[in-house]
Design a protein. Structure first.
Length: 90
């Protein structure tokens, strides 16, 4: 019977409001820093790919930059959706 009581106590705790505010405050701070770093990396990546594209077009070399652009945009989308997903799960 004590095992069943401990199990229901654990389930009640899991279904409650979540972890204490002190834990989530520190986690939110770290997630905000990571979100800013991901944003800065995405902007820097787009600037680098755009400048390489402009330099290659100016010099007359037609290289394929669309794949690099798509990879940077994909990384930006993953980075942008990671924060809301974590916020939804917590």
């Amino acid at each position: 019977m004590s095992t069943l009581h401990a199990l229901t106590g654990t389930l009640t705790l899991a279904a409650g409001d979540g972890p204490p505010a002190g834990v989530t405050t520190q986690l939110d701070y770290v997630l905000n820093i990571i979100a800013w770093l991901v944003t800065a990396a995405g902007v820097a990546g787009l600037l680098i790919v755009g400048s390489r594209m402009a330099l290659s077009l100016k010099s007359g070399e037609a290289e394929e930059h669309l794949t690099q652009f798509a990879m940077v945009m994909g990384a930006c989308v993953i980075g942008a959706t990671a924060g809301p997903l974590v916020g939804f799960l917590l």
